[in-house]
Design a protein around this ligand. Structure first.
Ligand SMILES: N[C@@H](CCC[C@H](N)C(=O)O)C(=O)O
Length: 289
């Protein structure tokens, strides 16, 4: 009889993930296996995969084990590795609590982007301390068809290019990554956010994610957008001395982002587990040549 691998499926504002609990890091998940699991027709389907591992059991997280028991080994849907996933870390924390690994309240999660503090409320949304944004200098232009926009570089552990546009439809079908110039701007690829205003400190976005394509939400992207919008609006908390809170509507729901004068950013949003089951390890082997 073939071995079975436990999995769950979850999402945060419809940015969806295959969750593979593997506390001792014994499941082999090469990029092809991740891509097969995330395939929406031949696999389970997801924008990405959350490999749930004890920090002490993973070479990339061992140094963080004293600060955070659990490591979010995040992979994009194409199997590539990313530093951080804002929606993923809420879903990851929700899974840990549901599985009885952690209690409600404040917990820490190790990520490739460092240790994050996550507040799991008794009911309702989850809040993540996302750390500080970096704003690398340099002009970047993002294009779709014959339209182009200047984009702001914002690094939330992972790279983002934020472009304010007149209409979200101008982003087109986003089947492929929007080209940017200079072409050398993002040697490791980039997540691109297209943003429109909805009201005071209220914006909406569409996003093309590195390694996943267009998704219904991006947590780090929403933070990058709030940071870029605050600079554009003259509301940079480091300058005004007061926190800036932005409501960011995404195609799959709503996230609320607050940046404090010390630069620390908090993101609040939902996390949902929708299913759990078992994968036939034999299928996974045949699906990954
Ligand atoms: N959807 C995520 C970001 C996932 C990583 C991204 N695609 C990258 O490669 O940097 C989020 O919610 O932040």
């Amino acid at each position: 009889m073939s071995t079975r691998i436990a999995f769950l499926k979850g999402h945060g504002t419809e940015n969806d993930f295959v969750i593979i609990p593997d506390p001792e890091n014994v499941i082999d998940l090469p990029p092809a296996a991740v891509a097969a699991l995330c395939d929406r027709r031949a696999g389970i389907g997801g924008d990405g995969l959350l490999h749930v591992v004890r920090s002490a059991a993973h070479p990339e997280a061992r140094a963080m084990a004293a600060e955070a028991e659990w490591f979010m080994d995040y992979r994009n849907g194409d199997g590539s590795v990313a530093e951080m996933c804002g929606n993923g870390v809420r879903v990851f924390a929700h899974y840990l609590q549901r599985a009885g690994h952690v209690a409600e309240g404040d917990i820490t999660v190790a990520t490739r982007g460092g240790v994050k503090t996550v507040h799991i409320a008794k009911e309702g949304d989850i809040t993540v301390g996302m750390g500080k944004a970096l704003l690398p200098e340099g002009d970047v232009t993002v294009s779709v068809g014959d339209r182009s926009w200047p984009a702001r570089n914002v690094n939330m552990g992972n790279p983002h290019a934020v472009a304010f546009v007149e209409d979200l439809d101008h982003a087109g079908d986003l089947y492929t990554a929007p080209p940017f110039s200079p072409a050398s701007a993002y040697p490791d690829g980039v997540n691109v956010e297209f943003v429109v205003d909805r009201g005071l400190r209220h914006v909406a976005l569409r996003v093309h994610e590195r390694g996943s394509g267009e998704t219904r939400s991006c947590g780090t992207g929403a933070c990058a957008v709030a940071v870029a919008a605050a600079r554009r609006d003259g509301a940079d908390p480091a300058v005004t001395g007061t926190p800036a809170t932005y409501t960011v509507d995404v195609p799959g729901g709503r996230l609320v982002i607050t940046e404090r004068p010390d630069g620390e950013i908090e993101m609040t949003g939902p996390a949902v587990i929708v299913a759990e089951g078992e994968i036939d390890a034999g299928w996974l082997e045949t699906a990954t040549p």
